[in-house]
Design a protein around this ligand. Structure first.
Ligand SMILES: N[C@@H](CCC(=O)N[C@@H](CS)C(=O)NCC(=O)O)C(=O)O
Length: 223
C-alpha cells in the first residue's frame, strides 16, 4: 500500500514534536512538516488543528485523522502502521507496562523538564528554589530510568519500543541545559546514560536529531 505523507505540525526548539519525527522515520512513514512559530500557535488557524495551541499535531490524509498530544499520536502511529508490533507490544502484560512508561514520559518527564528550562531561562523573576526543584526532578527521572534499566537494554519487552523512543528528545535537550551536572549524571546513572546514547545511535534518530540541530543553528544565525 502506498501511503500519502502524514503532515506534522512542529517547531525546531520544542522537543515534543521530534518524538514524532523520530517515530515516523523509524517506521519509514513519509511525512511533511509545517514549522509553527510560537507567535502563531494560539491563532485560530492553528487552534482549528490543535485546540490546545501547542505542537505537535498531525493530519493523516490516509485515515482523515487530525490529532494532537505527542503520546497519543505515538500510540496512533504504531496501532495504525506498525501492525506487526515491531516498535510496540501488541498484547500481554508488557503492553500495559509500556503504557506506564509512555504516560510517565508524558506526565513526569516532559512537563517537569519544561519547567526546569522555564525557571532557568525565561521566568521574569529569579527564583532559585523553583529552579532547584525542577533540576532535582530531572535527576529523579534519570534515577527512575536508571533503576528500571538494571539488567535490561530497553524499558519493556526486551526491544526498542515507543516507550524508549518517547524519552529521547527531552533527555537530549535537558542534558544541554545550563545548571545540569552532566558529568554527575553519567557517573550516577550509568544505565540511563548508556540507554540514552544507544538510542541516539539509531539511524532514524541520528538523521532526525541532526536535522533538528541544523534547523536550530540556522535559526540562531538568522537572529
Ligand atoms: N503534552 C503536549 C505538550 C506540547 C507542548 O508543550 N509543546 C510545546 C513545544 S515542545 C509548545 O507547543 N509550546 C508552545 C506554547 O506553550 O505556547 C505534547 O506532548 O504534545
Amino acid at each position: 500500500m502506498s501511503l500519502k505523507p502524514i503532515h506534522l505540525y512542529t517547531h525546531a526548539g520544542g522537543p515534543n514534536p521530534w518524538k514524532l519525527a523520530i517515530l515516523l522515520s523509524t517506521l519509514q512513514i513519509p511525512y511533511t512538516q509545517t514549522f509553527v512559530p510560537f507567535s502563531d500557535i494560539k491563532k485560530p488557524e492553528y487552534l482549528a488543528i490543535c485546540p490546545n495551541g501547542r505542537v505537535p499535531a498531525i493530519v493523516d490524509p490516509n485515515t482523515n485523522v487530525t490529532m494532537w498530544e505527542s503520546g497519543a499520536i505515538m500510540e496512533y502511529l504504531v496501532e495504525t502502521y506498525d501492525k506487526e508490533g515491531e516498535y510496540w507490544v501488541k498484547e500481554g502484560g508488557e503492553r500495559w507496562v509500556g503504557k506506564s512508561w509512555l504516560f510517565f514520559q508524558m506526565s513526569g518527564q516532559g512537563p517537569y523538564f519544561g519547567q526546569a528550562i522555564w525557571f532557568t531561562r525565561y521566568h521574569s523573576e529569579k527564583i532559585d528554589s523553583a529552579k532547584l526543584r525542577y533540576i532535582n526532578e530531572i535527576y529523579r527521572v534519570f534515577s527512575v530510568l536508571d533503576t528500571a534499566l538494571e539488567g535490561k537494554s530497553y524499558l519493556v519487552a526486551e526491544k526498542c519500543t515507543i516507550a524508549d523512543l518517547s524519552f529521547i528528545p527531552w533527555n537530549y535537550h535537558i542534558l544541554r541545559l545550563e545548571g545540569v551536572d552532566v558529568a554527575m549524571v553519567e557517573k550516577s546513572y550509568p544505565r540511563f546514560w548508556e540507554w540514552h546514547h544507544r538510542l541516539l545511535e539509531r539511524e532514524a534518530v541520528k538523521k532526525v536529531m541532526s536535522e533538528r540541530e541544523g534547523i536550530m543553528a540556522e535559526e540562531a544565525r538568522g537572529k
